[in-house]
Design a protein around this ligand. Structure first.
Ligand code: SF4
Length: 380
């Protein structure tokens, strides 16, 4: 698989390479890159408190305390009562630290010179401005509790007659998935490249409001919608608009699925059954997978508390008569099962996979019909 550039990876590379360079440049001093930052920051404001140092570097207090202790042990720092406010202990450089300060600044400067060489000065200024904004946002990471409780939308198909059986619907795509199915044709929704445009919940609700009376419902697809804690609150708002809700899920988050069904927040569930149990993990692009939750989700839907379908995307390389027979045993008694023919596309995670033939699909249908009431083929 080709690795796409992304911000997390880029920052991680910059961080690690800088550490290696500092280790090399300062190996006789036994000072790490983080400790260089501590010393240079303190040099600009001698007597600053441990808490302030932690805030500036965005470390927790424990980590800064350990770093400061190490620098004290090496003889570079002392903690003394602050000269202005005697109740507070301040951090001060020792004469040993002051004697190497010029070298530390030079090492920092050299690294920056090396990185920025041959880059246009205006580009650098622009980059630094953006970086400052990113850092300020990152420092407010405590707000992330809202972020992780949120729901992320990355696509809206305004009208479809295909996604919600017998209904006119809009389909909304959430981002992120806990599986990595090689045949997945929504790879961007799985890997979420950073430049991907996010849609706000408000924009989607406003759109749905504008189609009130025209649409029967919405289909929430992904990615994996049940990864988002904010899904429930979003569905409640959709229900207030009088719309039906269909949920597409891989069934891994059994508890959340059960909660939504029990609260009658979903009207139709399409649950992916990726393959027979012995081939399940590989079909999801994983080494191992605990199937107990998926098993429970399947049993839950079979209770008929909500309208549903099981469905499998049939891929030549993953499915054969033996896997279909095993799926049939697993789903025995189910009311509806859909065989979806895999179709090659540029958005697939693995572009070398192949579609089944029509004959194969018809043969699988016949096998399944002995134990499942309604078997549908889609995507021919
Ligand atoms: S096919 Fe569905 S479950 Fe599999 S990776 Fe794609 S979004 Fe996730």
């Amino acid at each position: 698989m080709d690795y796409k550039r992304n911000i997390s990876l880029d920052f991680s590379i910059l961080y690690r390479c800088m550490h290696k360079y500092y280790d090399l440049a300062l190996n006789d001093l036994d000072i790490s890159a983080a400790q260089v930052n501590f010393l240079t920051i303190i040099s600009e404001e001698e007597g600053l408190s441990l808490v302030k140092l932690a805030n500036i570097c965005s470390f927790d207090k424990g980590t800064v305390t350990k770093g400061v202790q190490k620098l004290e042990e090496k003889g570079y720092l002392t903690q003394q009562n602050n000269l202005i406010d005697k109740r507070v202990k301040g951090l001060y450089l020792t004469s040993k630290a002051k004697s190497i300060l010029a070298r530390l600044f030079l090492v920092k400067q050299n690294w920056w010179e090396y990185l920025s060489k041959d880059i246009d000065i205006n580009d650098i200024k622009h980059y630094l401005k953006i970086q400052e904004q990113l850092v300020n946002k990152a420092k407010n990471y405590l707000d992330m509790e809202n972020l992780v409780n949120d729901i992320k939308f990355f696509g809206l198909q305004k009208t479809t007659l295909l996604d919600y059986p017998h209904k006119l619907a809009a389909t909304i795509f959430t981002g992120g998935c806990n599986f990595c199915c090689p045949f997945c044709h929504n790879s961007d929704l799985v890997f979420l490249p950073e430049g991907m445009k996010e849609l706000s919940e408000n924009d989607i609700l406003n759109f749905l409001e504008s189609r009130k009376g025209l649409l029967d419902g919405i289909c929430i697809s992904g990615g994996e919608p049940l990864l988002h804690k904010g899904l429930k609150d979003f569905i409640i708002k959709v229900k207030e608009l009088g719309l039906l809700v269909k949920l597409d899920t891989n069934g891994y988050n059994y508890n959340y699925l059960k909660e939504l069904i029990e609260l009658k927040l979903v009207d139709y569930v399409a649950l992916d059954v990726k393959n027979s149990k012995d081939k399940y993990a590989a079909t999801c692009g994983l080494k191992d997978l605990d199937l107990s939750n998926i098993d429970k989700s399947i049993s839950l839907l079979k209770e008929n508390l909500v309208d549903y379908e099981f469905r499998t995307t049939i891929v030549k390389e993953f499915h054969d008569i033996s896997s279909i027979n095993n799926i049939k045993i697993w789903l025995k008694g189910a009311k509806r099962y859909c065989l979806q023919a895999f179709r090659k596309s540029d958005n697939c995670i693995n572009k070398s996979l192949n579609s089944p033939t029509i004959d194969e699909l018809n043969e699988y249908k016949k096998i399944l019909e002995t134990d499942i009431k309604e078997v549908i083929i889609r995507g021919l």
